[in-house]
Design a protein around this ligand. Sequence first.
Ligand code: ACO
Length: 378
Amino acid sequence: MIHERYAKITGWGKYVPEHVLTNQDLSQMVDTSDEWITTRTGIKERRIRGEHDTASSMSVAASEQALEVAGITAKDLDLIIVATSSPDYLLPSVASQVQDMLGAECGAFSLVAGCSGWVYALTTASQFIFSGMYNRILVVGVEIISFAVDFTDRTTCVLFGDAAAATVIEASDEPGGVLSYELGSDGAGAMYMYVPDGGSTSPLAQKTIDERRQYIRMDGQNVFKFAVRTLSGSFKRSIYQAGLTPDDIDLFIPHQANARIIEAAARHMRVPIDKVYMNLERYGNTSAASVPLAMVEAIEEGRLKDGDLVAMCAIGAGMTWASVVVQMGTSEISAAHSLFSMARARHLARRTSDAVVDTAQSALLPLYTFLYQRRKKK
Ligand code: ACO
């Protein structure tokens, strides 16, 4: 892809709840064992939200770090996109709560694409930057997936965990940042992973609770096959689209669902496993937070540096998938973009004219009142 503007990841942050739920803990709750979970999934422990953790509070904690790393404030943001399937409420959008809690003055919307949500949101944010519309966008992936997990169902409860990760995407005129991407959906696989009740088709009812239909149902083996096939295919398509080959990629960050899925996908792509990042043993599958959380930790551990090429790919309920190739690097936005973009100029003009009208109205109010009272007396 050729752009005049580039979309770079300039800030990152994470929030994981304090409470750790180990495989040992789960073996006290359902008929499972550390040995079964470790060999079938690679997961050792996951985080579960505390009493005060909400999707909005966790997003804000991660976002504050991301803003600090980017060296900007919430007031500098032009847009906020939050990817989640577990918002605080069905309405309003959690993105608006995050906007308010951060003190940002910009548009905000949430996006649902299951575990692929953050990659979908990153590519969406890139479009606003490529078009010249916006310069600074906050992209969050957050999930309190434990609320939709049935902790009496051993086939699903061992897999998931809660987390949030946030990134700041900024415009730049230096090549790099988001180089290519692929978004995909195959709704024919909707029933591979779904929550039966609680939507408009089957609103919550006593039957829901009695039959535990408010929780995730999953066809594990079909998800497994879909995941292996799709991860390796989508990774490769995005990489080739960027004019690269898998050998050029410094680090692969796949969706952190299951180590066996990841190892099988790496084998299909003929990529050595030491080029593939995994942190699922500590967090399990954190859905929309999975890929950005892994990216943040890869940066913190020094496995991703300026100039590195990273390929990220997620698959999720839907079924959806999304992959992206990014060249890391945090170069400054040039003055041409930060000060004189048309979008920013329009925004500034609108704010200035609003301020002038407000001031004029308050200044003229006593005069209007005086004239009105004089007319009434006559
Ligand atoms: N502990 C012990 N035994 C278990 C457990 C458990 N936690 N879960 C299932 N079993 C049992 C099953 O009941 C079955 O027993 P049976 O043979 O007596 O019937 C046996 O283990 C084998 O079950 P399988 O489903 O064949 O196990 P499999 O090797 O396929 O592993 C798993 C199951 C881990 C769920 C795997 O299919 C998987 O990872 N699938 C992908 C799911 C996934 O990642 N979903 C979430 C992500 S979705 C997304 O991100 C899009």
